[in-house]
Design a protein around this ligand. Structure first.
Ligand SMILES: *Cc1c(COP(=O)(O)O)cnc(C)c1O
Length: 426
């Protein structure tokens, strides 16, 4: 499709947008009595209006039923997480028994590593991406140290080539083969948080398995953003936070995936009573008998007040479906890219450079833009003028035109504000 950098064209795209009604389902912060242009749904998604009712229902059940709410609330608390199985399994391409919701992301990755990172004297190395999200780096380091290995020896990072912004799949595969018999675990982001690069999880999983390693993914930037097919890709485990693309609210619960092939195996894990055989959970028996399925990794009873807004949001995703979201995502991201190129051409400068891959296979919602010109001042200008983006050192802003609630008109208006900013700072 050929685009135009005009208001009328952007409005025409909005008029044809199948998801346009969903914009009204979200609450936007206001700037001069208008919705901000919100590009940070990859960091904290906007609040769905439906979320409040779900939270209020729990508050009311708590008030009216108190402890009896565990069994007699309209959505009983004792197995509340089971309501996520259907919608989440569709979002991540899993069987319902392969997904659960609990804790938070880094905690869940640690818990899953207890089961899937079982180093031995000869097979103890972890492959991850260079400059992984800091929490993941700290996690790898502490896991490796916990097992008594040397961080510099046991953690193998896949590097970008000199002068390149993204990691090549061939380099990932080559590294997996090179580490070979020493490789215990491959654990990388499904979508890199900094560049927005989407990794080929199917090929990476295959390569990891071929050398005898487990393969897991941190899907913080992938869940609710890209098409996932975790079961068929044969991924061993994965986890994601829900407050980014999935709009569940700050610090909210994380989703987990454990492949069906591991359900019967009684893998070692850090256990708690919520992972115990459901029928007998309240018999208070001494011996742990895990639920077969991802629910068997549950530890504590559930934070219902925080799960409530996540459920509201997960149901909304199920209602829309990933296919429609992805269709709009690709169109709006391409439109944003087009506008950035137009402005770059118009100012005839080298003000910025998009470091996210340009091919649609390797990118999703996010465009990361390296600001060569005014950098931080330009970022501040945008923020002061109602464009919410985020700043990542040394000189990058990340723009996520989230398809569920961003409009094409937002993209056009953003372009105008960006241009004014560049001129006014010159
Ligand atoms: C956002 C993000 C996290 C955050 O972890 P929490 O435990 O939820 O604080 C972890 N890893 C990646 C890749 C992220 O993008």
């Amino acid at each position: 499709m050929s685009f135009q950098n005009t208001l009328a064209f952007a409005q025409q795209l909005d008029a044809q947008d199948e998801l346009k009604a969903y914009r009204d389902e979200f609450i936007f912060p206001q700037h001069n009595n208008k919705n901000v242009i919100y590009f940070t749904g990859n960091s904290l998604g906007l609040q769905p209006k439906r979320a409040k009712k779900y939270v209020e229902d729990v508050m009311n059940d708590w008030a009216n039923l108190a402890v009896e709410g565990h069994f007699y609330a309209e959505k009983p608390w004792w197995d509340y997480q089971e309501r996520f199985a259907e919608p989440l399994s569709k979002i991540v391409g899993a069987k319902p028994s392969e997904v659960t919701v609990m804790n938070t992301l880094t905690v869940n990755l640690h818990l899953l590593m207890v089961s899937f990172y079982r180093p031995t004297k000869t097979r103890y190395k972890i492959i991850c991406e260079e400059k992984a999200f800091p929490s993941d780096q700290y996690m790898f380091q502490s896991q490796v140290q916990h097992h008594g290995y040397d961080v510099n020896d046991a953690i193998v990072e896949i590097k970008r080539r000199e002068g390149e912004h993204n990691i090549r799949l061939e380099d990932i595969i080559a590294k997996i083969n090179e580490v070979g018999d020493e490789l215990a675990l491959v654990l990388i982001g499904g979508v890199n948080y900094y560049t927005g690069q989407v990794f080929d999880m199917k090929s990476i999983t295959e390569a990891g398995h071929k050398v005898g390693a487990n393969v897991g993914f941190d899907l913080a930037h992938a869940a609710g953003n890209i098409k996932l097919d975790l079961h068929n890709w044969n991924v061993d485990f994965a986890a994601w936070c829900s407050y980014k693309y999935m709009n569940s609210g700050p610090g909210n619960a994380s989703g987990c995936f454990v492949h069906e092939k591991h359900h019967q195996a009684n893998l070692p894990r850090f256990a708690g009573w919520w992972g115990h055989n459901k029928e007998r959970r309240f018999k208070m028996e001494p011996d742990f008998d895990p639920v077969h399925g991802a629910d068997g990794w549950q530890v504590s009873n559930l934070p219902i007040l925080s799960l409530a807004p996540y459920l509201a949001s997960a149901e909304m995703f199920a209602e829309v479906g990933m296919d429609k979201l992805i269709k709009k995502r690709d169109q709006i991201t391409s439109y944003l890219e087009f506008i950035l190129h137009e402005i770059d051409a118009e100012i005839a400068g080298t003000e910025f450079e998009i470091i996210t891959p340009s091919n649609s296979e390797e990118r999703a919602c996010q465009l990361s833009v390296f600001l060569h010109g005014q950098g931080r001042n330009l970022f501040d200008y945008l923020m002061k003028n109602g464009v919410i983006t985020d700043w990542r050192e040394p000189n990058v802003i990340r723009l996520a035109p989230v398809p569920m609630y961003c409009s094409f008109e937002d993209m056009y208006n953003f372009g105008q504000i960006l241009k004014e900013g560049i001129y006014s700072l010159k």
